[in-house]
Design a protein. Structure first.
Lengths: 659, 217
């Protein structure tokens, strides 16, 4: 604990003056007092060192109507109306059973709880309309509904004490009816839901809350009632908690509320953890590392924008070089075609030159020879004809005149052919040079294209700009997750402090309640003992109601537990306890029971008529002496009873029905 | 020596005569019994003369034959000879197209032979068999051999003398029928229509050389 806090607390506390509630919690938790008080204010936890003034509940009227379905299918309309606006005891009495007495009490409970308790099947089917008016802490609460089996439609109207302010709460089904009555009654009576836990199996602790229905268990006493208050529910501390509430043990409500709020924080924390799990359960450190990695990747990807630009330019360059290369190829092809054509022309020119040369050579050769015979008949050619060839230019073989070939013409032809050949040679050279030029250009273009292609491949291998978008998306998600985790962890941190304070509040309140309850239970026990003796428990020495709701009954040295008592004795103790809790104790603000009790068939618990009458008389006396106590009794007896006749008593003759 | 008709036709006959002289001189062998007294060589049958003349006039077909000879005997050096005859545009420069007749490439040699007979360089004897003209033999005289040697020195005509020797070597001892049959094995030769010029096969020869991993310079 810090020195400052220690000083603060010691300033507040002294040997004579006990620590204030906030200071005590501060000491337990080492959280500054101001923070403790802020947390208590935040969660609306009041210091209930003095129990709140009891708020009273009574029934003003009960009405219901419907149609009975009798044997043979006969329908019989019915209605029941009872004005119960005065406090005191109201009795429905008949010698017969199963005439609808219990139904009247169950209808009251139905309207009070917003849910059926023990209404029999036929009654539930017959009742079609219900109106029950309550008086709750000075406010009128009128519950009106139509019923079709368990389905209900109606409303609860709350009229404030001033008579002017009115609130209506409609309901259209069973569930909303229950919720409506819980809300209206809990608020009107100042009750809170009681948070508790029970073990489910070996180790599973189940958290739950008890609400209005649990409270109403303390308003009924019938054959099913087996606890001091209400019905015993295995594994729970319901009776104990109801006792604490109805007795008005100081600090009890504070501890209940603190426990409830701590449970709420735990639930919120569990939800946050579930949310953390849903996003991978990563820690802040993990997420920050992932974010740094993503940012680094984006930066490096950002460089890729430069590369992408380069890539685009390189692609353009590649396309241009491809076009150049294609042009060069075409030019090379065309140049090759030109060379081939030139070479063909050259060959043809060469051929012509050769031809002329061959003709010249062959002519000269053969011209130098002297014909010897006729090629046709092989007859020798005479000398005279050979001489005539020289003088007359007549052929020595066929005697035709030989036209001499003009050598100039032949030379001209030869010259011309040679000239063409020369031109052809030159053209070949020129086209070959042209081809070489284009081949060189093509080679250069191809080389550039190859280099550009390699550069393009290298740039393409570095990835695309689309990666940046993916990374940015990933970064956004990581940052979002980090926000969530930070918020959760911050909330958890805050929750941790608040939970610590709330748990300490619960513990402190429990300790204080425990300390107070010793006195409270002692006093209540004494009062209950007194009342029980008045209710006919003659051998009773003492009754000790403990905080855990167990009851020790001392019958002159023999101590029994509540469960071992007879039903009649249990009823007396239960009744005495409720009377004590309604009337409170002189000079003490103990007792917060609203004052409504419904007792069904008390005659069953009594064997002796005298005992029953004594009990009934004591009950009558109790309601006269205890303001704000209203008891409804439904009983079957054919014996004389002490109730007399009056508006509070409904006597149903034998053979008739209560409604 | 082109196939063009016109004023050169007379001169062309003289060139044809010289070429035929060279062929008879190169391919002629020992004369047979029916040889004239002054014959020193005999080339038997016109079919052989035509076949040899076809290869002299079509260097690409000659190269094709030499490639085939190479394929049957790679060590004989025919592949180099085939490449040689295809160099420097020779198939185009030296080609003298021949017409396809009934039995293959054929051109009338009578004028050329007649010219050679006039000058006592060559003689021919046609055999008569059963009253019908038979085989014709061509005989080279001593004068013809002498003059062939002289004219072979002419720069313009030496090529034909050399080619006649090469073609004779390619033909070896195959007779005219065998040579014709061989020439018919070339698809473009065989598929040429009657009276059409037998087309060049230079590109085919180049392709065939490519399969042998030989590129023309």
């Amino acid at each position: 604990m810090s020195k400052e806090l220690e000083t603060e607390i010691s300033t507040i506390a002294s040997d004579e003056v006990p620590l204030t509630f906030s200071a005590a919690i501060s000491r337990r938790t080492e959280v500054p007092i101001d923070d403790v008080e802020a947390i208590l204010r935040k969660y609306e936890i009041d210091e209930c060192s003095v129990p709140e003034q009891a708020r009273h509940l009574s029934v003003r009227f009960v009405r219901f109507s419907g149609t009975k379905l009798l044997e043979g299918g006969t329908q019989q309309a019915f209605s029941f109306d009872w004005d119960t606006s005065n406090p005191g005891m109201y009795v429905v009495i008949s010698p017969d059973n199963l005439i609808g007495k219990s139904t009247i009490l169950q209808v009251i409970l139905w309207a009070l709880r917003g849910a059926i308790k023990n209404l029999s099947g036929p009654s539930l089917a017959w009742i079609q309309h219900v109106e029950v008016g309550f008086l709750v802490d000075g406010k009128s609460v009128d519950v009106v509904f139509d019923s079709k089996g368990e389905d209900v439609v109606g409303q609860a109207t709350v009229i404030e004490a001033d008579g002017a302010t009115q609130s209506e709460f409609k309901f259209a089904d069973r569930n909303s009816f229950k919720i409506t009555m819980e809300s209206v009654m809990m608020k009107s009576l100042g009750f809170s839901r009681i948070h508790a836990s029970r073990k489910d199996g070996e180790s599973n602790l189940v958290q739950y809350t008890d609400g209005w229905l649990a409270y109403t268990g303390a308003f009924l006493s019938d054959s099913r009632t087996d606890a001091l208050l209400g019905e015993f529910v295995q594994g729970t501390s319901l009776t104990q908690r109801l006792l604490q509430v109805f007795i008005g043990v100081p600090w009890a409500q504070t501890s209940f509320k603190a426990m409830a709020r701590a449970r709420d924080i735990n639930n919120e924390d569990a939800k946050r953890r579930a949310r953390l799990r849903s996003i991978g359960g990563r820690s802040i450190a993990d997420l920050e590392a992932a974010i740094a990695e993503a940012r680094a990747a984006i930066d490096s990807q950002g460089q890729r924008h430069v590369i992408v630009d380069k890539l685009n330019r390189k692609q353009e360059e590649f396309r241009a070089l491809t076009a150049d290369s294609s042009q060069c190829l075409v030019a090379v092809f065309q140049a090759e075609q030109q060379v081939q054509a030139a070479e063909l022309a050259q060959r043809l020119a060469t051929r012509r030159v050769n031809e002329l040369k061959e003709i010249s050579a062959a002519s000269e050769f053969l011209g130098s020879l002297k014909p010897t015979c006729c090629p046709r008949c092989s007859k020798p050619i005479s000398e005279a004809r050979i001489e005539a060839e020289v003088s007359d230019h007549s052929c020595s073989v066929c005697t035709e005149v030989i036209d001499p070939v003009d050598p100039l013409i032949f030379e001209g032809e030869v010259a011309e052919a040679k000239s063409r050949l020369k031109s052809a040679d030159d053209h070949v050279k020129a086209t070959r040079k042209f081809l070489e030029t284009w081949q060189a250009k093509n080679a250069s273009a191809r080389k550039k294209l190859e280099v550009c292609g390699e550069e393009l491949s290298a740039l393409a291998a570095l990835g695309t700009a689309a990666d940046v978008l993916v990374l940015k998306d990933k970064l956004a998600r990581l940052e979002g997750n980090l926000e969530i985790v930070e918020a959760v962890e911050n909330a958890s941190l805050i929750d941790e402090i608040e939970r610590k304070v709330l748990l300490a509040t619960e513990d402190e309140a429990k300790d204080r309640a425990e300390a107070a309850s010793v006195d409270a239970f002692g006093k209540i026990s004494a009062e209950v003992t007194r009342i029980c003796k008045e209710l006919g428990m003659k051998n009773l020495q003492s009754i000790r109601i403990k905080r855990n709701a167990t009851v020790d009954i001392d019958h002159g040295g023999v101590v029994d537990s509540f469960g071992k008592l007879s039903p009649g004795e249990q009823l007396r103790i239960r009744l005495a306890t409720i009377i004590a809790m309604v009337s409170g104790l002189p000079g003490m603000r103990l007792g917060r029971h609203p004052g409504l009790l419904l007792i069904d068939s008390p005659g069953k618990e009594e064997v002796a008529r005298e005992s029953l009458n004594l009990l009934l008389l004591e009950m009558l006396k109790a309601v006269k002496n205890v303001p704000n106590l209203q008891i409804f009794v439904a009983m079957a007896t054919s014996d004389a009873d002490p109730f007399g006749d009056g508006p509070n008593v409904r006597r149903i003759p034998s053979g008739e029905y209560a409604w | 020596m082109s196939n063009d008709k016109g004023p050169d036709e007379v001169a062309r006959r003289k060139c044809d005569a010289v070429r035929i002289l060279f062929i008879i001189n190169a391919a002629g062998t020992t004369p047979g019994k029916s040889a004239p007294p002054d014959a020193i060589k005999e080339l038997r049958a016109e079919m052989k003369l035509q076949a040899l003349d076809f290869w002299v006039r079509n260097p690409d077909y000659l190269a094709w034959e030499m490639i085939l000879l190479h394929e049957s005997d790679p060590r004989a050096g025919w592949l180099d000879s085939a490449v040689e005859v295809l160099k420097n545009g020779e198939p185009d420069i030296r080609r003298i197209a021949m017409l396809r007749y009934l039995f293959g490439a054929w051109e009338a040699v009578q004028d050329a032979v007649g010219t050679l007979r006039t000058y006592g360089l060559v003689d021919q004897v046609r055999k008569i068999k059963g009253g019908k003209p038979g085989e014709t033999s061509y005989f080279l005289t001593a004068k013809g051999e002498q003059k062939a040697a002289e004219i072979a020195k002419s720069a313009a005509l030496k090529w034909y003398a050399d080619r006649a020797l090469l073609v004779t070597k390619v033909a070896s001892d195959r007779n005219g029928s065998a040579l014709k049959k061989r020439q018919h094995e070339v698809e473009k030769y065989h598929e040429t229509k009657h009276h059409a010029y037998i087309p060049p096969i230079f590109e085919d020869v180049k392709a065939k050389l490519a399969t042998l991993h030989v590129a023309l310079p």
